[in-house]
Design a protein around this ligand. Structure first.
Ligand code: 5MM
Length: 339
């Protein structure tokens, strides 16, 4: 029975203190991060970096799932083992990013819509055959003086819901990612207001499109002030605002919420998740975990720098960062652990 399989997979992503690694950077995003770290931007360096990740010893103790990208799902280690098989060997559920990035939303200057619904059915069937058991689609919402508009929120959330329905039909658990960006100077209160509107609309659209809420995962931003906000927020303020927003918008039927890090530092990503678990232990209807890219990978990339002799220490860093967010899920993370 496909539905029960989907529900089981969605719940398995929240097992114990584990979480997800987003290693689904598109070629352009990966190249941009490589350029910043001084790593050559070629397909072989991208392959070697992803090999470093999937061959990290004991990574399966920390991760329940890993999100791949179309390029990586076909790639293999030097010894010829597909990355997807390495993940499965480690007990990590493989997933795949299926959106095709954002384009300008016609009629809404300054706002974006995510592309990729055309032909998605066929791509999902192919990814299922390859072994992917969950997928991810990211919608991007920007905060500005006059945006986001109602029209852009509705269009993006409708698209997310259509994607989610197609995934479930293909036997794949959809991760729905409505990301309210941290770009700009908006306050925590403004982020709360926009995130709440976005998530309300998302669940309205998921309901309208007959998406089974027990067989999906929400991947939201935390409610946090923008990068250039004049007023900062404490760790507990972010945790409190984020959980309040989720309680007001996310039905209890949803198995869990796996946060994106959105440009937070690795230490902040761990501290915020930790505070949510400490403050709300036993009081939430869904699981709360991580689905971080930068807040786990940035220090790894900085150590590797494209050099074979750095692989071992970069892998140790990857395991270390993942284990810190595991501790955060248990409410046991402390800043002292960073040392
Ligand atoms: C928001 O990005 C997602 C989470 O990453 P962070 O924890 O760094 O915020 C991530 O899964 C993202 O969707 C991928 O990195 C792919 O992004 P692009 O822009 O390359 O499609």
């Amino acid at each position: 029975m496909k539905t029960q399989e989907l529900i089981n997979t969605a719940n398995a992503l929240f097992a114990g203190d584990k979480g997800l690694l987003a290693m689904d950077e598109s070629t352009s995003t990966c190249n941009k991060r490589f350029a910043e770290a001084g790593i050559p931007q070629t397909i072989e360096y991208r392959r070697a970096y992803r090999e470093l990740i999937v061959t990290t010893p004991k990574l399966g103790d920390c991760l329940s799932g890993a999100i791949l990208y179309d390029e990586t799902i076909y790639q293999a280690t030097k010894d010829g083992v597909l990355f997807i098989d390495k993940l499965k060997e480690a007990g990590i559920i493989p997933g795949i990013k299926v959106d095709e990035g954002t384009i300008n939303l016609a009629g809404f200057p300054g706002e974006k819509i995510t592309a990729g619904l055309d032909g998605l059915d066929d791509r999902l069937a192919k990814y299922y055959q390859l072994g992917a058991r969950f997928a991810k689609w990211r919608a991007v919402i920007t905060i500005g003086a006059t945006i986001p508009t109602r029209g852009a929120i509705e269009a993006n959330m409708h698209t997310l819901a259509r994607y989610a329905a197609m995934c479930q039909q293909a036997g794949i658990v959809p991760i729905v990612e409505p990301e309210v960006l941290m770009d700009g100077s908006h306050s925590l209160e403004r982020c709360f207001e926009v995130t709440r509107n976005v998530q309300h609309e998302l669940f309205h659209q998921l309901y309208t499109q007959n998406v089974d809420l027990e067989a999906l995962v929400l991947k939201p931003n935390m409610v946090i002030p923008a990068f250039d906000a004049p007023k900062h927020a404490t760790i507990d303020e972010v945790a409190h605002a984020t959980v309040t927003c989720l309680l007001e918008t996310v039905p209890a039927a949803v198995p869990g919420v796996a946060f994106l890090s959105g440009g937070q530092s690795p230490a902040d990503g761990a501290a915020h998740l930790n505070a949510m678990h400490k403050l709300y232990k036993g009081k939430l209807p869904w699981g709360l975990t991580f689905s971080y890219s930068r807040a786990i990978q940035q220090p790894v990339m900085d150590l590797w720098r494209g050099k074979d002799e750095n692989v071992e220490k970069a892998q140790k860093m990857l395991h270390f960062r993942a284990s810190l967010v595991n501790a955060a899920r248990r409410g046991e993370y402390t800043p002292q652990m960073e040392a």
